[in-house]
Design a protein around this ligand. Structure first.
Ligand code: NDP
Length: 454
């Protein structure tokens, strides 16, 4: 390794992607440093996936208490203490934050808990100090956006939703993407009267249409009110509450407004343009398949590149980069068949292509779909169904996509992602013996093709 620079690799941003790249790189010998202006762990650990899932578990107990009655348990639902849930969740986030710091220390990565900024292509300013590095990695993630709607300053984002002092009685969530849907289900589970306001025709634009409709119906059954085709035009603050004003003039009074209107790359104020790094119109760092920016020694991974904004993708990009640069093992990340889940109630999980994308890109396809009442709901009496769906290329019999809405969907789809990555055919699904009794076995017993659309 060179000695001309203070470090061989300097990473800006200690979230999932930055930490993964830095640790893996350091394991091969280079001198690695990382800086972080917020808390080590990034969006996923501090204000995203992890606290979200902990709150989701909190909300699910309502179902468990209700369902238990049909299985012989008493019907008294114990009281709920939001402050205790938040404190316990914060304690767990603190623990993970410390683990991340320790992992960096053990890997020999120098950690600077300060804002980092590029001065030029090889110089980083961290707080009041300057360091040089042969290679620089930008892993600064993303941040919730707030479009220029009058009164938008009255809306919280997911960042603040994790730290509410008390639960509101009523809440309006603007948007219909991952974050809007997950928080709508979390807060509904905790007893809040939730309304969603979205500009499109339905939740989760880009997901499989059957799954979107199915999940929206299940959310409505739980009492979540979904106002579609409603563009939020303004937010007004009253003496005791707020009101969202729709573009059609409709007024939606509420106690709390949360904006879940997308996230933007964290690419401003870190000297990227001045160092020659190119950004696209949305502020995402432009990179090639090797995560290299327009400047040969500067790389970027994770949400700041706006490729696929998911933690495991950022980690894969970070590790691929470290392997390529420091282990003589060039890896380009494969973006096909990335599984993902929306942790709604019930959850939606997907891998591969939606029916619409498969039809567009693969011509003739066969679609298999089944919806059923999960066994647990026979005794619980819960009015909730499960949907499973396979999309198959007709010519090759290859399974192009698997979708599920229902309890355990994320756990099931992760396994199917391996099958899809191995190029599994529908015949191989059919030859697999089911695990009985389970919801997962429905994926190997799908017989009836849907008729082709007219
Ligand atoms: P999304 O892009 O998923 O959703 C944004 C929502 O806001 C859409 O409904 C969009 O409408 C709407 N919207 C955007 N701008 C406006 C506007 N000006 N007026 C009205 N509506 C608007 O973003 P999220 O913030 O929910 O999530 C960001 C990313 O984070 C996701 O793409 C995902 O990659 C990641 N994520 C993943 C999770 C997981 O894996 N479980 C959980 C949470 C986040 P329209 O659809 O019409 O464009």
């Amino acid at each position: 390794m060179t000695t001309k620079f203070d470090f061989d690799l300097f990473t800006i941003g200690a979230g999932s992607g930055g930490v993964a790249a830095s640790r893996r790189a350091a394991s091969y010998g280079p001198r690695v440093a990382i800086c972080e202006s917020s808390r080590v762990g990034g969006t996923c650990v501090i204000r995203g996936c992890v606290p979200k899932k902990l709150l989701m578990y909190g909300g699910q107990f309502r179902d468990a208490f209700e369902d238990a009655v049909g299985f012989g348990w008493g019907s008294t639902v114990p009281g709920f203490d939001w402050a205790r849930l938040v404190a316990n969740k914060d304690r767990e986030i603190d623990r993970l934050n410390q683990i991340y710091i320790r992992m960096l220390e053990q890997a020999g990565v120098a950690l600077f808990p300060e804002h980092g900024r590029l001065i030029d292509a090889h110089t980083i300013e961290v707080g009041s100090r300057r360091f040089t590095a042969e290679t620089i990695l930008i892993a600064t993630g993303g941040w919730p956006t707030k479009p220029a709607i009058p009164g938008i300053e009255h809306a919280i984002t997911s960042n603040e939703a994790f730290h509410l002092e008390r639960l509101p009685e009523r809440m309006i969530i603007l948007g219909g993407g991952y974050i809007a849907v997950e928080f709508a289900c979390i807060f509904r589970g905790l007893g809040v009267a939730v309304e969603m306001i979205l500009r499109g025709p339905g939740i989760l634009n880009g997901f499989d249409d059957d799954c979107r409709t199915f999940l929206a119906d299940e959310m409505r059954k739980r009492g979540i009110v979904i106002h579609t085709a409603t563009r939020p035009a303004a937010i007004e603050r009253g003496d005791r509450d707020y009101a969202v004003i729709g573009a059609d003039g409709r007024r939606f009074p509420t106690d709390l407004v949360m904006a879940a209107l997308g996230r933007a790359p964290n690419s401003r104020g870190i000297g990227l343009e001045q160092a020659g790094v190119k950004l696209d119109d949305n502020g995402a760092v432009e990179v090639d398949g090797w995560s290299r920016t327009a400047v040969a020694n500067i790389y970027a991974v994770g949400d700041v590149t706006d490729r696929v904004a998911l933690t495991p993708v950022a980690i894969a990009e970070g590790r691929a980069l470290a392997e390529t640069l420091y282990n003589g093992n060039p890896i380009e990340v494969d973006y096909r068949n990335i599984p993902s889940a929306v942790f709604a109630s019930p959850p939606l999980a997907t891998v591969g292509l939606t029916e619409a994308t498969a039809r567009r890109d693969h011509g003739a396809i066969d679609v298999y779909r089944s919806s059923f009442r999960p066994m647990k709901n026979t005794l619980s009496g819960r009015d909730e169904r499960t949907l499973v769906k396979l999309v198959v290329e007709r010519a090759s019999d290859r399974v192009l996509g698997a979708q599920m809405v229902g309890v355990d969907a994320p756990e099931i789809i992760q396994g199917l992602a391996i099958a899809l990555n191995c190029g599994a055919t529908k015949r191989q699904f059919d030859r697999t013996i089911g695990l009985h009794p389970s919801a997962a076995e429905e994926f190997v017993t799908l017989r009836e093709k849907l008729p082709d659309p007219a």
